[in-house]
Design a protein around this ligand. Structure first.
Ligand SMILES: *Cc1c(COP(=O)(O)O)cnc(C)c1O
Ligand SMILES: [Zn+2]
Length: 415
């Protein structure tokens, strides 16, 4: 038997380290979320990894050592080349995860850690996907879950998942940030084990997005990530840096963070050259998964963007919805609005000359289109109505000859 894998916590700001502790999430000096450091006992190699099943736990040398992970076979998602847009563009389709978002990668690690910590009740504040994922993994582990959601602001698909998996749901009259404050207070009082963005263990699972990209196409020039609480962009950057540390890649990508204009505390800070976020007290955007005014992982994210030589930008809701439609129609991939922000950011970057068409770019498409069916009217519902079989056939004939514009929203579709 070799030496054991070493796991401890470290503050990304002051560098102070803390021994493994499942109940410590903030640096007491800096007040910001800690990060997990895993020093593997055996050398990770691509050859070893390639022999294993696809998914998060394929990379277990670089993950916290857990004997029996709580897993639903998350990860191993498709990386789809968007040929009809550009030969140098790929979409990492995280909607293909078990509950339809990348949150599952984090939750398999987070709920496994909660189990090791002896928790019976796990909780999270959520804009939706975290609650969907948490409730599913809690069920898998035989635990109970509580989710705190901003009332009336969660997409229908996500709310349904939490209900279906049996989470107890508290809808708070307030924003996501209020929901988070409530949850963390309950956690401090020992009521629930929190699996929020403060919890550094979730990001350990999410960093495998970087491993999968590098394993499939090597290191791209740019990775575009929609940014809400800013955990995912931090996790993906951590993943790439670890691959470099272990000699598994020899260069790094630039990280680009995309926010919605109405919820852009980090993109605004970036534009104005500030070192700290400009908090948004009333964030508003159609992309509910990134409707966050006070991103918990702001420090890690700003550092990831800066260190990698990338940038942050914001995109308006109309551009987000247009991008969602374009991915659906040019690539065949259906994503939720927040996920489409990465493609909207890509398009602006091309227009403004920040990117060259020769640059190899991966867009992280964070969640599935079915999460948010409530926006069908915004996307443009364009049915034609036929009173009987003959009329339906006649309409098809006209459509095939391009004689009708396809109903109310003319000229948007193939016809
Ligand atoms: C959670 C989520 C995001 C934002 O990720 P952060 O880690 O909070 O920045 C983006 N898109 C979707 C679909 C999400 O569920
Ligand atoms: Zn610190």
């Amino acid at each position: 038997m070799g030496i054991e894998t070493r796991v401890y916590l470290r503050c990304p700001k002051c560098g102070e380290t803390y021994p493994l502790d499942y109940y410590r999430w903030l640096c007491p000096k800096c007040g910001i979320p800690l990060e997990v450091v895993v020093e593997p006992s055996s050398k990770p190699t691509w050859d070893k990894w390639k022999l294993r099943e696809k998914g998060v736990w394929r990379y277990r040398e670089l993950l916290p050592p857990i004997k029996k992970p709580v897993s639903l076979s998350e990860g191993g998602t498709p990386l789809i080349r968007a040929d009809r847009i550009s030969r140098n563009l790929w979409i990492k389709f995280e909607g293909a995860n078990p509950t339809g978002s990348f949150k599952d990668r984090g939750m398999t690690v987070g709920v496994s850690i909660a189990a090791e910590a002896g928790a019976r009740l796990v909780g999270a504040a959520s804009t939706g996907n975290t609650s969907a994922s948490l409730s599913a993994y809690a069920s898998r582990a035989g635990m109970k879950s509580i989710v705190v959601l901003p009332k009336g602001k969660v997409a229908l698909g996500k709310l349904f998942q939490a209900v279906l998996h049996g989470a107890r749901i508290i809808e708070i009259n307030g924003s996501f940030d209020d929901a988070l404050a409530a949850l963390m207070e309950a956690a401090r009082r020992g009521i629930v084990y929190p699996l929020n963005s403060y919890n550094p263990w979730r990001l350990e699972g999410q960093k495998t997005i970087a491993y999968e990209i590098a394993e499939t196409i090597g290191v791209p020039d740019y990775v575009f990530v929609p940014v809400g609480n800013a955990g995912n962009i931090s996790a993906i950057w951590k993943g790439f840096k670890e691959l470099e540390t272990h000699g598994l890649i020899d260069r790094l990508p630039r990280m680009v963070g995309v926010q919605a204009v109405g919820a852009s505390p980090l993109a605004t800070a970036w534009k104005e050259g500030r070192e700290e976020p400009v908090w948004f007290e009333n964030p508003e955007t159609v992309a509910t998964a990134i409707r966050i005014g006070r991103p918990v992982n702001w420090y890690k994210a700003l550092r990831a963007v800066e260190e990698s030589g990338g940038y942050l930008l914001s995109v308006g809701d109309r551009k987000i919805l247009g991008a969602q439609m374009e991915i659906a129609r040019k690539v065949g991939v259906g994503v939720e609005p927040a996920s489409a922000a990465s493609y909207a950011g890509y398009k602006i970057s091309i227009d403004e000359g920040l990117l060259d068409s020769k640059d190899r770019v991966v867009l992280v498409a964070t969640g599935h289109a079915l999460k948010d069916p409530g926006i069908v009217e915004l996307v443009g519902k364009k049915s034609l109505v036929a009173g009987n079989v003959d009329e339906a056939v006649k309409l098809m004939s006209e459509l095939s000859r391009g004689e009708t514009g396809g109903g109310e929203s003319k000229g948007q579709g193939v016809f």
